[in-house]
Every structure is written in structure tokens, then in C-alpha cells.
Design a protein around this ligand. Structure first.
Ligand SMILES: [Zn+2]
Length: 157
């Protein structure tokens, strides 16, 4: 499947929502095309229906390329703007379900755990820990609390 990003956030719920939105766009396109083909050609509706079907298909492809694929790659920040743009376009296509699903996906992508800013404090302690136990005489690593080097007996503290 997919590997989690550095933050541990896999975006799986956002991907699921986007997949569902793409499914509604596919269904919508099928309904529009069906109406365009089967309605009386003298009606003014069929050309409009076919056009809406084409736009729904286009929307489906664009959502896949610009929102779903970046998510699958782990580029959640890059997928954030397309999801809300296509949520708005879905409303124009009279597809409130797709709009809702994409808006929820956008919300998922905007969750704080994705934001890189509030999470720097995990780094600083790690570089110090190994150097404490390194013996200056024989360079063997020792646990930080060990008073004497376990290899040569040098007083570490
Ligand atoms: Zn030593």
C-alpha cells in the first residue's frame, strides 16, 4: 500500500474521502451522459446534460491528478488547495455530495498534525545522549550513567 510520511500521518481518511468524491463525480457523469443520450433530442436539456457530463468527467480526472495523486505521494500540503477548489467546482456541477466529501478531505489535510511548525522539539536531545558515554581514551560507547568506561576503566564522570 502506501508508506506513512515523516509525521506518521498517512492521510488515509483524506484519500478515502477523495476517492468517494471521485466516485460521485463518475456517477454524476454517467447520469448526465445517460440523460443526454436518452432524452428527446428536441429538448434543450440533452446538450446541457452532455456538457455537464463532460465537465464531471474532466473534474474527476483533475481531482485524481491534482488532489488524489499528491495525497498518495504524501504531498498533503500540495493536495490541500486542489481539494477545496474542486469542492467549489463540484457545487457548480450540482454535485453537493462531491463538494462535501472534498471539503471534508480538505479539512483532514489541514489538521494540525500535518503542520510542520509546531513539532520541532523532538530533535535536540538526541545528539547529546551518545557523546556522554563515549570514552575519551578508548572511544568505546558506554551508557550515559556509567561512572567508569566498561572497556578500559577510565573515569567518565
Ligand atoms: Zn575506555
Amino acid at each position: 500500500m502506501t508508506s506513512p510520511g515523516a509525521t506518521g500521518f498517512t492521510g488515509s481518511s483524506a484519500r478515502t474521502l477523495t476517492r468517494a468524491a471521485m466516485a460521485t463525480l463518475a456517477v454524476e457523469a454517467a447520469i448526465w451522459f445517460w440523460l443526454g443520450v436518452y432524452l428527446d433530442p428536441r429538448d434543450p436539456v440533452p446538450p446541457v446534460a452532455l456538457a455537464l457530463g463532460a465537465f464531471s468527467m474532466l473534474g474527476l480526472v483533475l481531482v485524481y491528478l491534482l488532489a488524489y495523486r499528491p495525497m498518495a505521494r504524501g504531498d498533503f500540503a500540495g493536495a490541500r488547495t486542489p481539494t477545496i477548489v474542486f469542492a467549489g467546482l463540484s457545487l457548480l456541477l450540482a454535485n453537493p455530495l462531491s463538494a462535501l466529501l472534498l471539503a471534508l478531505a480538505h479539512h483532514e489535510l489541514g489538521s494540525p498534525e500535518l503542520d510542520p511548525r509546531p513539532r520541532p522539539p523532538s530533535f535536540p536531545p538526541t545528539p547529546l545522549a551518545p557523546t556522554v558515554g563515549i570514552c575519551p581514551i578508548c572511544t568505546r560507547p558506554n551508557p550515559p550513567s556509567t561512572p567508569f568506561c566498561r572497556s578500559c576503566g577510565y573515569a567518565l564522570h
